[in-house]
Design a protein around this ligand. Structure first.
Ligand code: SAM
Length: 205
């Protein structure tokens, strides 16, 4: 890992991810979690204040020790137990069928093997558990897709591996989930290649 990814990127991500437009996504997604919760790519812990105070616990996984250090400051301010785990979601050091809810916001774009991560998420979710997500990804319009495909190779080098062109609903279905709820659309706050969002919930088939 180079100097930029280790020291600069975590600071940039923490600031970029605090933008106001993301708050409603955080409140709807983390706010719907219940029971034992796993958050994939918890980053600097910006969802922690959006969980309901009566959830049982949150386990937050992220490969970045620097972001987890920021998350631990935010974890100290909430009233439920938080465990932070330095790990990659493609290989979760967690037991099968052990979580009621998995939460994932703005993360699937950055996971190197998103398909493998979703298979792991399915493994650790209880059979009646729920995956709640808010992600950006592949747009429906061919002219926007062309830009997403063009920009992604450069963007992922400076944006912590972020892909603009992943079709989030297809990836979730391919890992063995049924989508119970899905809403998609452009956010006005960013240029269109960066602004197509997928939000919803899924359960293991
Ligand atoms: C754009 S940030 C979003 C952080 C956080 N989810 C939020 O909503 O603020 C993407 C996150 O994905 C994490 N990430 C990258 N690769 C990962 C992997 N293999 N497994 C889990 N998380 C990963 C990054 O470290 C970073 O925290």
């Amino acid at each position: 890992m180079g100097f930029y990814n280790r020291w600069i990127l975590p600071q940039l991500l923490d600031v970029a991810m605090r933008q106001k437009n993301f708050v409603p996504f955080r409140e709807r997604t983390a706010g719907a979690a219940r029971g034992r919760v796993l958050e994939i790519g918890i980053g600097s812990g910006l969802n922690l204040s959006s969980f309901r105070p009566d959830i049982e616990s949150v386990c937050g996984v992220d490969p970045s020790a620097e972001l987890l250090a920021k998350a631990s400051g935010r974890a100290a301010k909430v009233g439920f137990p938080v465990r932070l785990l330095e790990a990659s979601s493609e290989r979760l050091p967690l037991e099968d069928r052990s979580f009621d809810t998995v939460v994932m916001t703005f993360t699937l774009c950055s996971i190197p093997d998103a398909g493998a991560a979703l298979v792991e998420i399915r493994r650790v979710l209880k059979p009646e558990g729920e995956l709640l997500f808010a992600e950006h990804g592949r747009a429906p319009d061919p002219d926007v897709i062309r830009w997403q495909d063009r920009i992604t190779p450069v963007w992922k080098r400076i944006g912590g591996g972020c892909h603009l062109n992943r079709k989030i609903d297809d990836l979730i279905r391919a890992a063995g989930f049924r989508l119970d709820r899905l809403s998609v659309g452009y956010q006005k706050s960013a240029p269109r290649p960066f602004a197509f969002f997928y939000e919803g919930s899924a359960r293991p088939v």
